[in-house]
Structure formats: C-alpha cells, structure tokens
Design a binder for this molecule. Sequence first.
Ligand SMILES: [Zn+2]
Length: 150
Amino acid sequence: MHELGVVFHIMDRLEEVAKQSDVSSISKVVLDLGEVNGVVPDLLENCWNWAVKKSPLLEHAALDIQIVPALSYCEDCKKEFVTVKYGKTCPYCHGGSTWLLQGDEFMIRQIECPQSQPEAQTSADPEHKPESEIPQEEKEKDEHGSCQNH
Ligand SMILES: [Zn+2]
C-alpha cells in the first residue's frame, strides 16, 4: 500500500525533527497534501492511525490533512485554471503548454507538542501523568537511548 510507505516516511521525518528539537511527544501534525499528489487522504489517515500506535513519540498525534487545490498555468494565454477539471489542456485557448502551479505538495507544515500547551489542559485529564512524575531514565529507554537532555 502506497499510503503506508508515505506514513512511515512522515514518521521518520518527525522522529528526526523531535530528536533535534528535544521533543518526546507530538500531539498534532498538520500536513499539506496536494490534490493531485496521488495520495488518498482517507487511506493516509487510516494508515496513520494504525502506524502511530507503535511509536511512543506519535501515539497521541492527530493527523490534520490540508488539501492544496491543484492549479495549472498556461504559457500561451498566461491564465490559471483548475487542473482536476481540465487536465493538461488550457480551457481558455485549448493550448497544451501548461504546467502545474500547485497541487503536488507533500509537506509537514506544522507540528504541535503537548509541552507547548497550557498546564491547565493536561491537569484536566486525570489519566494523564504530569511530565515530572515520569523518571527521566525511563523516557530515555523508550527512545532507545537517544539524547533527551542534550
Ligand atoms: Zn491558454
């Protein structure tokens, strides 16, 4: 399944970013997904929900997919048109010298971490252990010995 490979790719990127920014948990990931990128958003979300359960960093991370509409540009008449409706042929001059302006994006736009949110939000949840109660050693083990404290 193509989408699963994509999810693993995103997860790799996020693990990398988290390591660099000293982040141990991610609560939300905003993804820019071009309309004609070829990835099916529903499938992507299903794969995400399944795959993140195995990651301590991402198990509580919600995926927010922002669809970027596909737009093409015509070289001949210098107009823009919606790619999905007209394909490679300009609807104004019927020329074929067109190229995609946007719509094949695939990019992590934003990452949210629980640490950056107000304390009040976490204490409202009785199941949630405050960060300070988790021994630092245990956290490092979870991350396979990666450097948490610089
Ligand atoms: Zn044209």
